[in-house]
Design a protein around this ligand. Structure first.
Ligand code: PLP
Length: 456
C-alpha cells in the first residue's frame, strides 16, 4: 500500500476514505457518491482542504476549538508529557501530577462548590458517569428508588447508550434500542417552533413547569435528577425564554432533585463566562464538561460535582472508570489550554467585545427574507429559516431540506455553518476577530441569498 499523505490527490484520498472509514452521523452511500471534504491543516479560525481552499470554520470543529487552531504551546506540552509519563491510570489508589493539576484548576474555575472532578475521555462518557453517579448518590443516601432522570426532547447529551438515552433526539432513539429504562423526557423550551400564540415568557414558564408536573406524576421519591444543556446546542442553539431557568431552579430546589448542567458546549467561555451556568444564573449539583476543556486538542471530559455529592459518595467504592480517565497527556494539554484562555483574557474579550459585536452583526441577518428568528448567547448563535416570518411558518419541504441547501451554499462560499433541520447554527472559535466576524457574516449573507434564489 502506498503511503497515504496530504500530498495524495483528493480523489484517491476520498476513495480510500469511503472504502475503509465509517463516518459518524453520515449516510455512507451518499458520501461515497459525493466524496468527503478532506481537511489537511488549520490555523486560527481557518481550515485548509486538500485542494488548498481556505474555509472559515464557523463551528470551531464540533463546537470545541475555543482557542483556535495551530497553537504550538499545546503540541509542545503534549510532546513533553509523552516523554515524561505518556500514560498511567488513576485507578487503585494511584494518581499523577497532570490529573491533580487539572482537577485543581477546574475546581478553581467552576462556580459555587463544584470542587471535584471525575474524568472521562469526552462528553458521552461523562454523561454515562452521571447516570451511574446520581443513582449511586441516592443509594448512599438511603433512597435507592430515586433512579429516574428527567431530560428534554431534542436535547443532545452524547452517543453512547446511556448518554443518547438522556438525549432526546428521535432519530437516535429510533436506532439501537433506546432509551434505556428510567429516563423520562419533557418538552424543550423552543418558543419559535413550538410556542404557538403564547408570549415567550409564558411559554418558558409553561415548559419549565412540565418538570414539576413530571416529578409529581412519576413520584418525588423516584426522581433522581434533571439534566439539561444551559443552551441547547446540537438541537439548534435553542435559547430558552428568560422565565425558564429560574423556574427550573426553583423546582429542582423544592423537590431536592439533582440538577445536572451539561456544559459540554457552553463551558470554557462559549457563552461569555467560564460556564453557561454563570451566564444564566443556574446552580447545578453536577456539570458535564468536555470539548472546550482542551479546545479539542485532546479527547478529555468529566463530571464536576459539588462538595455535597462528593462527600456522600466518599464512603462508597464507585465501581466505575475509564482506561483514559485523567489521561496524563490529555490533562496536561487541557491545563495548557486553560492557561491560554485565562492569561490571554479570551473569555473576558468574548464577553466584553467580540460577542456583542457578533450579536449586532448576527441580528442584522434578521432582515433577510429567509430568516425568522435570530438567537445568540456569547459565541453560539442560530437563525431559523422560514418561508413566512410573521406566522413562523415551516417550509412545505421535508424538515431540513432548506437548511441542507443553505449549508451547501455556505460550503460553496468557504464558510462552515451547520444546519439542524431548517435552523442554521454557528459556534466559532472564541479567538475570532472583528474582521473575521465581518467575513463570516458576509459569507453567511451570500449563502442565504443563493439559497433564497435556489428556492424560487
Ligand atoms: N453533551 C453535549 C451538550 C454535547 O453537545 C455533546 C457533543 O456534541 C456531548 C455531550 C457528547 O460529547 P462527546 O461527543 O465528547 O462524547
Amino acid at each position: 500500500m502506498p503511503a497515504i499523505t496530504n500530498h495524495m490527490p483528493t480523489a484517491e484520498l476520498q476513495a480510500l476514505d469511503s472504502a475503509h472509514h465509517m463516518h459518524p452521523f453520515t449516510n455512507g452511500d451518499e458520501l461515497a457518491a459525493k466524496g468527503a471534504r478532506v481537511i489537511t491543516r488549520a490555523k486560527g479560525v481557518y481550515l485548509t482542504d486538500s485542494e488548498g481552499v481556505e474555509i472559515l470554520d464557523g463551528m470551531a470543529g464540533l463546537w470545541c476549538v475555543n482557542i483556535g487552531y495551530g497553537r504550538d504551546e499545546l503540541a509542545e506540552v503534549a510532546a513533553r508529557q509523552m516523554r515524561e509519563l505518556p500514560y498511567y491510570n488513576t485507578f487503585f489508589q494511584t494518581t499523577h501530577v497532570p490529573a491533580i493539576a487539572l482537577a485543581s484548576k477546574i475546581a478553581e474555575l467552576a462556580p459555587g462548590d463544584l470542587n471535584h472532578v471525575f474524568f472521562a475521555a469526552g462528553g458521552s462518557e461523562a454523561n454515562d458517569t452521571n447516570i451511574r453517579m446520581v443513582r449511586t448518590y441516592w443509594d448512599a443516601k438511603g433512597k435507592p428508588d430515586k433512579k429516574i432522570i428527567i431530560s428534554r426532547k431534542n436535547a443532545y447529551h452524547g452517543s453512547s447508550m446511556g448518554s443518547a438515552s438522556l438525549g432526546g433526539m428521535a432519530g437516535m432513539h429510533a436506532q439501537g434500542g433506546m432509551p434505556i429504562p428510567d429516563i423520562h423526557h419533557i418538552n424543550q423550551p423552543d418558543w419559535w417552533a413550538e410556542g404557538g400564540d403564547m408570549t415567550p415568557e409564558a411559554f418558558g414558564l409553561a415548559r419549565a413547569q412540565e418538570l414539576e408536573a413530571a416529578i409529581q406524576d412519576l413520584g418525588e421519591d423516584r426522581v433522581a435528577a434533571f439534566i439539561a444543556e444551559p443552551v441547547q446546542g446540537a438541537g439548534g442553539v435553542i435559547v430558552a425564554p428568560d422565565s425558564y431557568w429560574p423556574e427550573i431552579q426553583r423546582i429542582c430546589d423544592k423537590y431536592e432533585i439533582l440538577l445536572i448542567a451539561d456544559e459540554v458546549i457552553t463551558g470554557f467561555g462559549r457563552t461569555g463566562n467560564w460556564f453557561g451556568c454563570q451566564t444564566l444564573n443556574i446552580r447545578p449539583d453536577i456539570m458535564t464538561i468536555a470539548k472546550g476543556l482542551s479546545s479539542g486538542y485532546q479527547p478529555v471530559g468529566g463530571s464536576v460535582v459539588s462538595d455535597e455529592v462528593a462527600k456522600t459518595l466518599g464512603g462508597v467504592e464507585f465501581n466505575h472508570g475509564y482506561t483514559y480517565s485523567g489521561h496524563p497527556v490529555a490533562a496536561a494539554v487541557a491545563l495548557e489550554n486553560l492557561r491560554i484562555l485565562e492569561e490571554e483574557g479570551i473569555v473576558d474579550r468574548v464577553r466584553a467585545e467580540t460577542a456583542p459585536y457578533l450579536a449586532e452583526k448576527w441580528h442584522s441577518l434578521g432582515d433577510h427574507p429567509l430568516v425568522g428568528e435570530t438567537r445568540i448567547v456569547g459565541m453560539m448563535a442560530s437563525l431559523a429559516l422560514t418561508p413566512d416570518k410573521a406566522s413562523r411558518a415551516k417550509f412545505a419541504s421535508d424538515p431540513g431540506t432548506v437548511g441542507y441547501i443553505c449549508r451547501e451554499r455556505c460550503f460553496a462560499n468557504n464558510l462552515i455553518m451547520r444546519h439542524v433541520g431548517d435552523r442554521m447554527v454557528i459556534s466559532p472559535p472564541l479567538v475570532i476577530t472583528k474582521a473575521e466576524i465581518d467575513t463570516l457574516i458576509d459569507r453567511a449573507r451570500r449563502a442565504l441569498d443563493e439559497c433564497h434564489a435556489q428556492l424560487r
